[in-house]
Design a protein around this ligand. Sequence first.
Ligand SMILES: Cc1ncc(COP(=O)(O)O)c(C=O)c1O
Length: 427
Amino acid sequence: MSIRLIENQSGLAVSEAGWGVVSWPPTRFTFLFLMHYSSKSTQCVHSGTAVDEATGGVNTPIYTSTAYAYLNQTQHRYPRYFNTPNQQAVVEKVCALEHAEAGLLFGSGMAAISTALLSLLQKGDHIVIPKEIYGGTHYLAMHEFPRFGIEFSFTEGNTAADFAACIRPNTRILYLETPSNPLLSITDLEAVASLARSRGLLTVIDNTFASPINQNPIDFGIDVVTHSGTKYLGGHSDIACGVIVASRQLISTIHKSAICYGGNLPAETCSLLERSLKTLELRVSRQNANAMSLATSLQEHPAIAQVFYPGLENHPDHETARKQMKGFGGMLSFELKQIEPQSFLNALRLIKPAMSLGGIESTIVQPWATSHSKMNETERRALGISERTMRLSVGIEDAAELLADIEQALTKGESHWVTPQADAAIN
Ligand SMILES: Cc1ncc(COP(=O)(O)O)c(C=O)c1O
């Protein structure tokens, strides 16, 4: 652990990304000790969190002000300028976790993704997007980019060669999402980053599914990392937020557009997010273990045709996942054999059929009818998503009880097998 001293003039956490801020004992004119924490668990608890100077309280106070003094101030604070104390505290923490220099916090994951892409692209530019992608991002490309004269191509597959095949003279960005939603395919971060560098392109990744505990794309040369903080970062299915982290230089470019689009996060939600982040490592470690255990058991189940989980040795991208992920994540998908999806979902008692993911409670969706419903049927089938694809977000409950719930729902669902004729009608 290394320690640096800087003068505490403002009473606010001013540190470089990746440095935790500790000021103890809390005196008005003391110095800040900036500590570099290398472990995720310590970063989660301490990085960015600012001690309350007035009382010595151990948590960052909630600064509700939208009006800040400007005379004799080195910076002019305002929520939509993304520089209030609560925004900065959370950004410090996420930057430490993602090994990034700087960042911005948004009101949703889509606000982060759209701001990142619209600020880095302009009319006439082209972006390469993986074919298997979150439905909202797919919709952004299909329905918004054309209005701004931005061109895009969807890759045929998830390899660097698939990305290379789509590059045009006006390409500016290679966009990634790995593990992908909903089939958990893995793209080689290092290979795509080095392809981009060799062609002078930027890389942007949606790192939501992995979380910063399992995957740090910047370590592999990726330029910009986004998260839907509504998922693992928030982790309790009770706040919506988004994050962008990158180099100082790129964040400064994105910031110029971000203050125009105005998607900033309010102080109260920042505070909730900061509290959630303190347990991120604990939660995600448990979710990794639960998902691995469920995936292993479910692939043996006679009513399940296929399990998609990058931690399984028979997953086609398992070796790439091992190379770039520290844990395989809490998301897994599976294909029901012939059980009618609705009766399976209705029979679940513990696992909630509910949209969204990444919370402490296990939730399940039928991507066909939810996350990917905005795609047309041909697009969904081309991706390998059928009516019987189920996407499970594994929570922190007891793994044996989760498995028992799925097993009893599969048994109940068996009384509602789809007959071959009815199946043909559905398909
Ligand atoms: C992978 C992924 N990225 C981005 C988003 C968008 O996040 P938000 O709903 O917070 O805007 C989602 C939402 O489900 C998602 O699953």
